[in-house]
Structures are given as structure tokens and as C-alpha cells.
Design a protein around this ligand. Structure first.
Ligand code: HEM
Length: 465
């Protein structure tokens, strides 16, 4: 029987975002299981001056100094001495870990785990990813110092919000998210997406597929109210993206249908002061993503980044007559109620996305090739049925629609200039095929983690050698 849902029993940042400016992910190894377990026990007791308290799901009148959460890999559960009879109740993809699932999720070529820098070159040592969210460096440093007394720190990754909620490539991100009935999240008050059942993100609750509940690992104290996370370090080739937009716009300038993409007499609707070439750059960026870079959905406003009347950012669906390309990144990532081959999958692969950017600022007018990108968390109750299924079937193989099968996601896919293609849509119903774009996003590390409930962290703290 499902117990009544208690948000205080789950870790924060699963069902709602913290909306802090900074994040620090500590990649940790358990070198002394007893010390690690004692730390976990104190972190859920929440009253130790020496150990940061795990942040549960709640709203505060004033935000705490920092929020602290953990994800544990399969090797981490083993290092904490979870007995093998319980370990084997976890799903296969989690047991194998991200690096062994590389081909399925597009981590080959430059993205292959063999090329990942430390500490992700030693996945068996990556046991815990502790994430601290705050608005200033001081609290991050203080929490980190406390954590480092109990674990060996293998690596640190710092992330930050870019201005206006943008990510490198210039898009506003974090707009579409699953929405849960039981959660009153003021930041989602204007979001009008369908409500998702708790089983989308938490173990032990009904999912959108009637009669399907993902298996809860044993014992129930360990599995119930937990979740899984694909933590990804994704480098973005911001200079390559801008160069490609230039090249594509230059090519489109001489296309006979170019005026269908941008009305030369109304270019201000796409951006103030833009000439035709500049407007076409924005149209290519918008069609590749499914949103204009300011976040306006292409589906609702295909001719204008700045529509005359306000449009909803989240309340739309795709049809056979959609102007949003079938291959656009966000349409691949979530085809909503639109026509797809595997119709049963509509809305069953929803992912909670939480991420922040890493690396130095990028100035498109003065591009450089320093590493920068996204520290992404892709959260769901089942990695295989959600994250991996989206990455493999939809992002990389395009199985959801025969018109894109064999092409990759233009932003995220494992593309090469020799083979890449993307069909832009025209109001007439026709398409213009773009080719020659490189891989724009490369994996630089990551891990599959289990996000244990508060009771589960307590359970882990009480294990013995
Ligand atoms: C650096 C890497 C990535 C970048 C720059 C990126 C960018 C974006 C942007 C700009 C949006 C539109 C904003 C929004 O709707 O919230 C979006 C939406 C989305 N992305 Fe990504 N993304 C990245 C990686 C991924 C990955 C790894 C996945 C995993 C499968 C993914 C899945 C999605 C989904 C599901 C949506 C929401 C679609 C919807 O609900 O309508 N993205 N992404």
C-alpha cells in the first residue's frame, strides 16, 4: 500500500527547483564506511554544527544559507555496505553505471568515457555526488569543508546561473518541467503543462502508464520515495554554434524560399535592428531548439520572437501541421501530445531537468574555445524508461517520426559535418534541409545516481560492515 505522500520525506530539488545562483557538486569517494555512515546519520538528524543538514522538499519563509543534497552511485551503495541481496534489487542500468551505457546514450567518439577527465575516468571510485546550492561562495566553502572531513574529494564542479536564465548558445532554459499535483511551487504558477503523477519522479507511486509502477528497490525504507538522476557534464561548443548559425544563414540568403522563413519587411519581430542575415540566424537557432532564444515557443509564434500578443510559454501541443520542426531539440525531448510512432510513450518519459552552466562567460562577438557548458541533472523514477529512452530513441535515433529517423538532435546529438541534417519547416508545409553541422555538445563526465529519501539516508547510516 502506498503511504500518504510527505514532501519532507524526499530530498529537495527533485519536485521543485531551488532557484539559487550557484551550485557546487562534490564528487566523493567513501574511503571509510563508518565515518561516511556517521556523516549521513548526522546529515538527516539535521542538528549537528559540523555536518550540513540534508535539505528536504519544503518552502521557506526565508531561504536557508545553502541547500545540501546527495546522490549515490551503485558503487557508492556498495561502499556503504548495502548487502548484495539488496543491491541486486536495483535496476540494471543503475547497477552498470553511466559509462557502461555509453553507446545507448550517445557517449561515443569525442564523448566516449575514455576521454573524460578525472575524476570520471575512474567511475568505480565515484561514490557520492554531493550538491550544494547557495547564492554566495562563502556557504559553499563552509559546507564543502564539512563534507571533506568525512569523504575523499575526487573532484569539484562549480556551476552558476547565467543572466536571464539563459544557457550558453543564448537560449532561456528551464521553462518546461513536469508539474506535480502535490507540490505548490510558486515559481510554476504560470506553467500550464499537464499534471504529472508522482511516479514520474519518485519510486513507489503510480505512473502515467496505467498499472505500471516502477519496482521499488529493497528494503522499502531504502527504495521508497527515492529517485534516479543522470548527472551529466555537457560541454557546449558556443563558438561552433555561432559559426554554424552564420554559415546556415549565409546559405539560406540565396534560397528561393527564404522569405518564408523571415518576412524581410517585418524583421523587427525577430529582433530589433536585425538585417536579413541576422534574422535568419535567429530562425535557425529557434527551429533547432523549438524555442526562440528568448524562450517563446516556435510552435505558438513561428514568425516572431517578439509576438504582438503575449503567448503562453508552456501551454501548447504539436500536430501534423505544426510549424515547429519534428527534429527540434525540445520536440524530440518531449513530443507532448503530438503524433509519434510510439504513441503510448506520449508523456511517459517526462524528465525533471535541473542544471546550471559552468565555465567562463561567452561573448559571441569575441568567441573563444575555452571549455564551458551545462552541469545537468536529468531526474526520473526510472533511468532506462525515461532518460535513456529519450536519449536513445528520440534524441539520437529519431524513432518517434519517420521524417527524422536516422537524424540526430541538432543541438545535442552525436553529429558529424559529413552526415548531419536537419529539416527546417516552412509555412507552405515544405522543408529546407540544413547539413554540415558538427557535434555541438560533448559529454565530459557524469554518473547515474540514486537520490535516496530521508528515511533511506537514515537506513544507510545504520548499516554495518
Ligand atoms: C548542454 C546541453 C543542453 C542544452 C543547451 C539544452 C537546451 C534546452 C533548451 C534551451 C530547452 C528549451 C527550454 C525549456 O523548454 O525549458 C530545452 C528543453 C528540453 N531539453 Fe534540453 N538541453 C540540453 C541537454 C538536454 C539533455 C541531455 C536532455 C535529455 C534527454 C534534454 C531534454 C530536454 C527536454 C525534455 C526539454 C523540455 C521539452 C519540453 O518539455 O517541451 N536536454 N533544452
Amino acid at each position: 500500500m502506498t503511504k500518504a505522500f510527505d514532501p519532507q520525506e524526499i530530498q529537495g530539488n527533485i519536485l521543485r527547483g531551488y532557484r539559487r545562483n550557484l551550485v557546487r557538486h562534490l564528487i566523493l569517494e567513501v574511503t571509510n564506511a563508518g565515518v561516511a555512515r556517521r556523516f549521513l546519520g548526522l546529515s538527516v538528524a539535521g542538528d549537528s554544527p559540523d555536518v550540513p543538514a540534508i535539505t528536504p522538499d519544503k518552502t521557506w519563509p526565508t531561504k536557508p544559507e545553502f541547500c545540501f543534497n546527495i546522490g549515490i552511485t551503485f558503487e557508492g551503495l556498495r561502499a556503504l555496505r548495502v548487502p548484495s541481496r539488496h543491491l541486486e534489487t536495483f535496476p540494471t542500468e543503475f547497477m552498470q553505471g553511466m559509462t557502461k551505457r555509453a553507446i545507448k546514450i550517445g557517449d561515443f567518439g569525442e564523448s566516449a568515457p575514455e576521454h573524460w577527465p578525472a575524476p570520471f575516468d575512474q567511475p568505480e571510485r565515484v561514490h557520492i555526488i554531493a550538491s550544494i546550492h547557495a547564492d554566495a561562495e562563502g556557504p559553499l566553502d563552509r559546507a564543502q569543508a564539512q563534507v571533506e572531513r568525512a569523504f575523499t574529494t575526487l573532484g569539484v564542479r562549480n556551476g552558476r546561473n547565467l543572466p536571464e536564465g539563459r544557457v550558453f548558445f543564448g537560449y532561456v532554459d528551464g521553462i518546461s518541467q513536469p508539474r506535480f499535483n502535490h507540490i505548490d511551487d510558486p515559481s510554476q504558477k504560470d506553467v500550464d503543462e499537464p499534471i504529472d503523477p508522482l511516479g514520474t519522479a519518485l519510486l513507489g507511486y503510480p505512473t502515467r502508464q496505467e498499472g505500471v509502477t516502477f519496482r521499488v528497490p529493497s528494503p522499502r525504507d531504502l527504495g521508497f520515495n527515492g529517485s534516479f538522476n543522470a548527472f551529466r557534464i555537457l560541454a557546449q561548443d558556443a563558438a561552433g554554434f555561432e559559426t554554424y548559425l552564420n554559415d546556415a544563414a549565409t546559405e539560406l540568403m540565396t534560397h528561393p524560399d527564404v522569405n518564408q522563413l523571415a518576412d524581410p519587411h517585418r524583421l523587427e519581430r525577430i529582433g530589433e535592428g536585425l538585417d536579413m542575415h541576422g534574422a535568419l540566424r535567429e530562425v535557425v537557432a529557434a527551429q533547432m531548439c523549438g524555442r526562440w532564444r528568448n524562450g517563446v515557443p516556435y510552435e505558438l509564434s513561428p514568425d516572431a520572437q517578439y509576438p504582438e500578443e503575449r503567448v503562453s510559454l508552456t501551454n501548447f501541443d504539436y500536430s501534423h501541421r505544426s510549424r515547429c520542426p519534428v527534429g527540434a531539440h525540445m520536440r524530440r525531448g518531449n513530443p507532448r501530445g503530438g503524433p509519434i510512432v510510439q504513441r503510448i510513450a506520449n508523456y511517459t518519459r517526462r524528465l525533471v531537468r535541473r542544471g546550471m552552466s559552468y565555465g567562463p562567460d561567452f561573448d559571441p562577438k569575441n568567441p573563444d574555445s575555452q571549455e564551458r557548458g551545462l552541469l545537468g541533472n536529468f531526474i526520473g523514477a526510472n533511468l532506462g524508461a525515461q532518460f535513456e529512452a529519450v536519449m536513445c530513441d528520440w534524441i539520437n535515433l529519431g524513432l518517434q517520426d519517420p521524417r527524422i529517423t536516422s537524424s540526430n538532435d541538432p543541438l545535442l546529438g552525436a553529429n558529424t559535418p559529413q552526415t548531419s541534417w536537419f529539416d527546417m519547416s516552412l509555412p507552405s508545409g515544405g522543408t529546407i534541409r540544413l547539413r554540415g553541422f558538427p557535434r555541438l555538445i560533448t559529454s565530459r563526465g557524469g554518473a547515474y545516481t540514486f537520490l535516496p529519501s530521508i528515511a533511506a539516508i537514515k537506513h544507510l547510516s545504520e548499516l554495518n560492515d
